[in-house]
Design a protein around this ligand. Structure first.
Ligand code: 0O2
Length: 213
């Protein structure tokens, strides 16, 4: 039986609007940071809305009722936003900011940076609830926010391609290599942080020397 796209249209539209809303909030924060002379913690933002096929697939995998109502009640990642940062510290800085905001409610946090998945996957996952102010009502909508570094993103996108290329049955030697690559990613993130800290020390020392007496 085919999918009745009309049935899903409203659900997907709500999630699109929630993404618009959240992305604007995050961009305002980044712009404000620039005004205050801070470095922008965000490298880039990507967003996606699950297709009806992928929503149905997930409901079936979880043994849930395959209806629009069931998707709305049970899934919290129909809308997803991925924020890529240069440094791990930027991720936690943004996370703290989201925690403090009164207009975004954090519902669940999964820290795969402090506790990577067994395959090496790293990211900070945060399910948030935004209240969408519509004409006639205020509609709560869930969005999955994934925060990761550029290096983590590089790893995850390659792993994702390999996972689907091998139809979820990745050969053991590749799994092992991906795990090793994930360890290198952690080491690289740490090294980049140290370089940034060193540059920061030089910059503040130079600023002090340049200060008029
Ligand atoms: P897509 O195409 O990105 O939307 P749940 O959502 O609770 O049923 P789970 O696994 O507990 O399932 O959720 P979790 O851990 O928060 O991960 C959900 C999303 O994180 C995935 O979405 C991926 O985007 C990403 N992710 C999680 N684990 C991995 C991994 O091992 N490798 C890569 N590359 N990405 C991962 P979707 O819906 O699977 O896919």
């Amino acid at each position: 039986m085919g999918i009745d796209f009309n049935e899903w249209k409203n659900l997907l539209l709500l999630h699109k609007l929630a993404l618009d809303d959240l992305e604007t909030k995050i961009n305002i924060t980044a712009e404000e940071g620039k005004l205050l002379g801070e470095e922008n913690p965000i490298e880039h933002i990507k967003r996606r809305i699950k297709t009806p096929e992928s929503i149905i697939d997930k409901l079936q995998r979880k043994g849930l009722l395959v209806t629009v109502g069931s998707a709305e009640a049970n899934l919290r990642d129909i809308a997803g936003i991925r924020i890529t940062c240069s440094f791990v510290s930027d991720i936690y800085k943004l996370y703290e900011h989201i925690q403090k905001r009164a207009d975004i409610e954090i519902v669940e946090t999964k820290d795969y940076i402090k506790n990577p998945k067994p395959n090496g996957y790293q990211s900070l996952h945060v399910i948030v609830k935004v209240n969408l102010h519509l004409y006639t009502s205020i509609q709560p909508v869930y969005v999955e926010v994934q925060l990761r570094t550029l290096a983590m993103d590089f790893w995850a996108s390659l792993e994702h391609k390999i996972y689907y290329k091998y139809d979820r049955q990745v050969p053991e030697y590749l799994t092992q290599e991906l795990k090793e690559a994930a360890e290198s990613i952690t080491a690289l993130d740490e090294k980049m942080k140290n370089i940034r800290d060193e540059v920061e020390v030089i910059r503040t020392t130079t600023d002090q020397i340049m200060l008029p007496l």
